[in-house]
Write a protein that binds this ligand. Structure first.
Ligand SMILES: Nc1ncnc2c1ncn2[C@@H]1O[C@H](COP(=O)(O)OP(=O)(O)OP(=O)(O)O)[C@@H](O)[C@H]1O
Ligand SMILES: [Mg+2]
Length: 234
């Protein structure tokens, strides 16, 4: 425990990439972590199958969808310091099951108005799950694939619109970095990748560590018991 679930009603916004980046930082810090790949397309399970020798120790990757994912999450939460869940980018019922298990749901967004509308869809989905499970499901939106060079005017407007609408937004964005894509090409995480293969991995490391630090801080804020569970295990 705790369980962090990456969700979005739209495909291709960066759930899988961000989930893996967060997991790399958590295991690097010594926290045993299980990724539940709850996407029927199994991107992370396929990654683990393809590069079995480069999976960092402390990281387990397991493929399970729908109700099986819920059981796998519960088992992993007994055993590991963190459980990270990567969902399919749809609004189907399997996704709802995953969100129902979340101590924190994280919703990636890229800086376009269409994505802002999609975020509204996911928030509705989360609120529907809150009714089903009769409990609050803490969630945050975060921006991903952000340009490292400029924070565009459009992005700032979207940030402001979301804040005005009372949407909970993470401060740390994940940047558009080759090092975040590299695991799927080379197997290795940004900690092991060579600067000869990927430009400036240190920037991705700093960015992912800031992201992970904010995630753990939010987990403590939403439920101080999350921090106790972490320190008890890790
Ligand atoms: N921070 C990042 N830096 C660079 N590339 C990224 C980043 N995040 C995602 N990408 C790229 O964007 C594309 C979509 O990312 P990803 O597969 O993680 O999205 P997803 O939300 O999991 O998609 P799906 O809904 O299909 O599961 C991929 O090509 C990935 O390499
Ligand atoms: Mg994915």
């Amino acid at each position: 425990m705790p369980t962090v679930v990456f969700a979005s009603s739209k495909g291709g916004v960066g759930k899988t990439t961000s989930a893996l980046a967060l997991s790399f930082v958590l295991v690097q810090s010594g926290a045993s972590t299980t990724i539940i790949d709850a996407d029927p397309n199994a991107p992370l399970a396929r990654w683990a199958d393809r590069f079995p020798t480069t999976i960092p120790s402390g990281l387990t990757v397991q493929h399970a969808v729908g109700n099986a994912a819920a059981r796998a999450i519960d088992d992993a939460a007994q055993r590991d310091t963190f459980v990270i869940v990567d969902l399919e980018g749809t609004k189907n019922v399997e996704v709802s099951v995953g969100i129902g298990r979340a101590d924190l749901a994280l919703i990636p967004m890229q800086g376009s108005q269409l994505d802002a509308d999609e975020a509204t869809n996911v928030i509705r989905l989360i609120q529907a799950q809150e009714e089903v499970f009769r409990r609050p499901i803490p969630f945050r939106i975060f921006f991903t694939r952000t340009s490292p060079v400029i924070a565009s005017k459009g992005m700032k407007d979207i940030h402001q619109q979301l804040r005005d609408a009372g949407v909970p937004l993470m401060q740390t964005s994940l940047l558009e970095r080759e090092a975040f894509r590299a695991p799927f090409r080379l197997g290795t995480s940004f900690y092991e990748v060579s600067p000869d293969d990927v430009r400036n991995p240190q920037s991705a490391i700093d960015n992912a560590q800031a992201f992970a630090a904010e995630v753990t801080q939010i987990l403590m804020e939403v439920d101080p018991a999350n921090g106790q569970k972490e320190s008890a295990h890790g």
